[in-house]
Design a protein around this ligand. Structure first.
Ligand code: PEP
Ligand code: MN
Length: 468
């Protein structure tokens, strides 16, 4: 080398070639080997109406060269934690906005959501006496599947900030591929902030526990949660008195997840590392209820990445179909690779879920069972808002636990749409939010979320269920 600069350059080259350190952008030959583009020839639901697909390809070209949002070792770590859930030794808490938006991607909003998730996780950790794996619907949750192409105003439907804008005009609803770049930038910034804050006190057990104490003090149903709140308080003080000191008491690891709907986006952020393809747009990706066709594009792409993947299943899923889906998404039957997210509706969960679990068990498929008590319980309120009733959400979780107790399987986790803000989007809970109050603070860009109080109430109720 002629200069220090050259040494630097050489080092960089060395690192780039070292497969133990840095992922490489999947080039065409590699894409062939991992079949990362097989989905392009398959039927695909929920295709956004792009005005010009060439521009989508240009954007994907840009995203193929950017630094990824998460690292392969983190993805592997999450998979190993989910393997613990799969074996019944841990619990999975996943939650966040239905749809993240660019405008709400603020420090305030992201931290409020994260705080709520952490508060719930502490309560659940105590209730389950198990480690709780924490996964946010965050840093990439910008695409939404929709049931109709037009909204109630007759406009092209809002599909998530990754594609178009919520603003109610024809022009704003045209899909714009450049939005994928903005989604990437927002996701990267959010992940960056979360990593820093989670290590900088946000997840400190004492602080999180203090927020929970405030909740118990101020909730109209505080009395009901007081017993468990007091027990946690004793446990925390006991640990402190014993001088228990561990990094885990001050920091937490929270992983990022989103729905894998904008396949071009997730494909462009896929990198090859140590002989595996990783979608590095997030740690965990899930497939939605509307895109679970077995021969379809979404399932195919997810079957080819090493990330843990989720698949939502609704009440029309059949036991045979779910087994086939498990085999397709997790062909090597790796523990912690597949999360089956059941969203049956509170009326169906007790009848529809048991035969599915039995068949999947009989086939020997390794899955994490997770309950999404939100999406099967959505209805339109008399005042015209899309809402969910807190009691029905609780009832679906209750049914999920009942069923798993009967089948002898591990009720592995819950998947919640929540926010750390005081919104009025779901009815009921201790605050007794009524139909005619929904308009007070109805702020979601898509589905109704539990507010802070409702989220914590749910955590306390689930903690009770876990103890019995
Ligand atoms: C979602 O999780 O926001 C969603 C659309 O869920 P599902 O696919 O289960 O309807
Ligand atoms: Mn939703």
């Amino acid at each position: 080398p002629r200069s220090a600069y050259d040494i630097g350059v050489n080092r960089q080259w060395h690192d780039l070639r070292n497969p133990g350190l840095v992922p490489v952008v999947a080039d065409e030959a590699e894409a062939e080997r991992y079949q990362l583009d097989a989905w392009r020839d398959l039927p695909r639901e929920q295709v956004p109406p792009w005005p010009d697909y060439a521009e989508v390809e240009d954007v994907a070209g840009v995203l193929a060269g950017v630094p990824p949002i998460v690292a392969p070792y983190e993805v592997e770590h999450l998979r190993s934690l989910l393997a613990e859930v799969c074996e019944g030794r841990a619990f999975l808490m996943q939650g966040g906005d239905c749809a993240e938006t660019f405008i709400d991607n603020t420090e305030h909003h992201v931290l409020a959501n994260m705080r709520t998730l952490l508060q719930m996780a502490v309560v659940l950790t105590y209730g389950a006496s198990l480690p709780v794996v924490k996964v946010g619907r965050v840093a990439g949750q910008y695409s939404k599947p929709r049931s109709a192409a037009k909204d109630s105003l007759g406009l092209p439907v809002y599909r998530g900030d990754m594609f178009n804008s919520l603003e109610a005009t024809e022009e704003a609803r045209v899909c714009d591929p450049q939005r994928m770049i903005r989604a990437y930038a927002n996701s990267a910034a959010t992940m960056n902030m979360l990593r820093a804050y989670l290590r900088g006190g946000l997840a400190d057990l004492m602080a999180v526990h203090d927020w929970n104490k405030d909740f118990v003090r101020t909730s109209p149903a505080g009395e009901r949660y007081e017993a468990i709140g007091r027990e946690i308080d004793r446990a925390v003080r006991f640990m402190a008195a014993c001088g228990v000191e561990d990094e885990n008491l001050h920091t937490a690891e929270v992983f990022a997840s989103h729905e894998m709907l904008a396949i071009e986006y997730d494909r462009a952020l896929t990198r090859i590392f140590n002989g595996k393809a990783y979608a590095l747009s997030g740690h965990m990706l899930w497939n939605g209820e509307r895109t679970r066709q077995l021969g379809g594009a979404h399932i195919d792409f997810l079957s080819r990445v090493a990330n843990p993947v989720g698949c939502k299943i609704g009440p029309t899923a059949t036991p045979e179909g779910v087994v086939e889906m498990c085999q397709k998404l997790n062909p090597d039957n790796i523990s912690g690779k597949l999360v089956v997210i059941t969203r049956m509706g509170h009326k169906n969960v007790r009848t529809v879920l048991p035969p599915i679990i039995e068949k999947v068990q009989a086939a020997g498929c390794k899955v994490v069972w997770q309950c999404d008590p939100m999406h099967g319980n959505t209805y339109e309120s008399a005042s015209g808002y899309k809402t969910r009733a807190f009691d029905q959400v609780v009832d679906e979780v209750l049914g999920f636990f009942e069923v798993h107790r009967r089948t002898g399987t591990h009720p592995g986790g819950i998947h919640i749409e929540l926010t750390g803000e005081d919104v009025t989007e779901c009815v009921g809970g201790a605050q007794e939010i009524r139909d005619d109050q929904l308009s007070d603070r109805y702020e979601t860009a898509c589905d109704p979320r539990l507010n802070t109080q409702q989220s914590l109430e749910l955590a306390f109720l689930v903690a009770e269920m876990l103890r019995h």
